[in-house]
Ligand binder design. Structure first.
Ligand code: XIL
Length: 469
């Protein structure tokens, strides 16, 4: 019963706080029927997610908000934000009893300005603790007071601003037992989890309260341990609303039991959130890996959509430049939706398409369409300079442009490798311009040894003839 009451309250609070944010299972803003011919289709993750009744979030690093491209992606593509670090214990209560909310408040402001939900992360975690908590020097009674005081202060301060809290983070070891390197587990024993939820509920009865962990996406010993804990908390009347599946995944290793696992938690009456999604790969990335990553982002997105209790997906970091992966898993990276230059990757298109959106201009765009501009920018007796600009209707991770050169031979090129056989010219991407988003364009140039005038040839992109632009 308390669950229904808590949830109803949370839905109302979210509706007041965040206009345009649709809670899953509530009235969702169905502005168009995605995929229907002639329908206005969503071009951003945020619009597409909203039409499906889920949120799409990003972990935001305050230090990057001064970068205009970063903040514009963070605000236009996402309907939810999570503080990557700013609401953690070491940031918010570095010394006992003195609270610093500056980083979290900045993010709340950003979210408010952009009509976004804030997902609170995290109240009780063994990691990123200030040393006065982590050094094990506090007695059980004292640590208990410190934990409850920390929860109460944060939940009170952010009441009305935060829609969800990760109350307890990473409580389990891989074998499904309680994590033994947590100062809370070691000092307070199993009971600290129920206590943390009760304290958070008393401080903010409207926020949805989650337990969050990693390597619990598939059915395995760890997710079994969590499942049994959550069931027991519910049977004791502990106010828990949701389970966060961090989903720090590895390319080509998406657990096949992901959906079945989400469903068993949903069957307990809980909301589910994919809280920290990234899909890492061994570096260097290449076109084939990025393409598979796109399919796997799409598949995780479809998994959430297939379970009605799955309320949203947050990706951990806006771009590969911001991601925690390379610093944590040496030799791995490229785990997010945007590349290091903040250009959308196939992963972005995969997620958007799975949400029913499209980046094409207008309804039902031809994904293979392209336009090309072939211009002779300079010409003299025995030579010419040509610039080719291609705009693509599909996302590219590597491209080949072909055309028949009407006169002369290619003697040099830039921004592409250009080869010639007879009149047939083939240009392939350079390493810096291989990735192009849907609707994006690229240019390259070359020089010839002929000054003849001619009608521009038809240019093809990856085998498809492009309309002249
Ligand atoms: C990571 C941040 O991304 C890093 O910037 C920080 O140095 C360490 O923590 N699980 C969590 C997140 O719950 O808080 C972690 O975030 C990633 C793993």
């Amino acid at each position: 019963m308390f669950l229904l009451v808590r949830r109803a309250a949370a839905v109302i609070a979210a509706g007041v706080m965040v206009s345009g944010f649709a809670v899953n299972g509530g009235a969702s803003a169905q502005t168009s029927a995605p995929g229907e011919a002639g329908a206005l289709q969503a071009a951003t993750l945020r619009e597409a997610a909203e039409a499906k009744g889920v949120f799409v979030g990003a972990a935001v690093n305050n230090g990057r908000l001064g970068d205009g491209t970063y903040s514009s992606i963070a605000s236009t593509q996402f309907s939810s934000v999570t503080a990557e670090n700013a609401m953690k214990w070491d940031a918010t209560e570095p010394s006992r009893g003195s609270f610093n909310y500056s980083g979290g408040d900045r993010l709340v402001e950003f979210a408010r300005a952009n009509d976004q939900q804030v997902y609170g992360h995290t109240l009780v975690w063994h990691s990123q603790l200030p040393s006065w908590v982590s050094n094990g020097g506090l007695s059980a009674g004292d640590l208990r007071n410190a934990m409850n005081n920390h929860i109460t202060n944060l939940a009170n301060h952010y009441e009305g601003s935060v829609a969800y809290w990760d109350v307890v983070n990473e409580a389990f070891d891989e074998d499904g037992s309680r994590r033994d390197n947590s100062v809370f587990q070691r000092t307070l024993g199993d009971g600290y989890i129920a206590e943390a939820f009760r304290t958070a509920d008393a401080a903010d009865p409207n926020a949805k309260l989650c337990i969050n962990d990693y390597n619990i996406e598939g059915i395995n010993a760890k997710s079994d341990g969590l499942y049994n804990l959550v069931r027991s908390l519910l049977s004791q009347g502990v106010p828990i609303d949701c389970v966060g599946f961090q989903s720090h995944l590895i390319l080509d290793q998406i657990p096949s039991s992901f959906q079945a696992n989400l469903q068993r938690f949903a069957d307990l009456g809980l909301e589910l959130i994919i809280t920290e999604l990234d899909i890492r790969m061994r570096l260097p990335a290449d076109a084939a890996k990025l393409e598979r990553q796109g399919q796997q982002f799409a598949s995780v997105t479809r998994t959430c959509l297939a379970v009605s209790a799955c309320a949203g997906i947050t990706v951990w970091g806006v771009s590969d430049r911001d991601s925690w992966v390379p610093g944590t898993f040496p030799g791995e990276g490229a785990a997010t939706l945007y590349d290091e230059n903040l250009r959308p990757k196939p992963a972005f298109n995969g997620m958007l398409t799975a949400l029913g959106g499209t980046t094409g201009p207008g309804p039902d765009p031809d994904p293979a369409s392209c336009t090309a501009n072939y211009t002779v920018t300079d010409r003299w007796n025995s030579g010419s300079v040509v610039r080719v600009t291609v705009t693509t209707g599909a996302s590219l991770s590597g491209w080949t442009v072909t055309f028949a050169l009407p006169a002369g031979s290619v003697t040099g090129s830039w921004n592409a490798q250009v080869g010639q056989s007879g009149t047939a010219v083939t240009a392939t991407n350079a390493s810096h311009n291989s990735t192009v988003a849907v609707g994006g364009s690229f240019s390259f140039g070359f020089q010839t040894n002929s000054g003849a005038t001619y009608t521009p040839p038809t240019v093809s992109l990856n085998g498809t003839a492009c309309a002249p632009a």
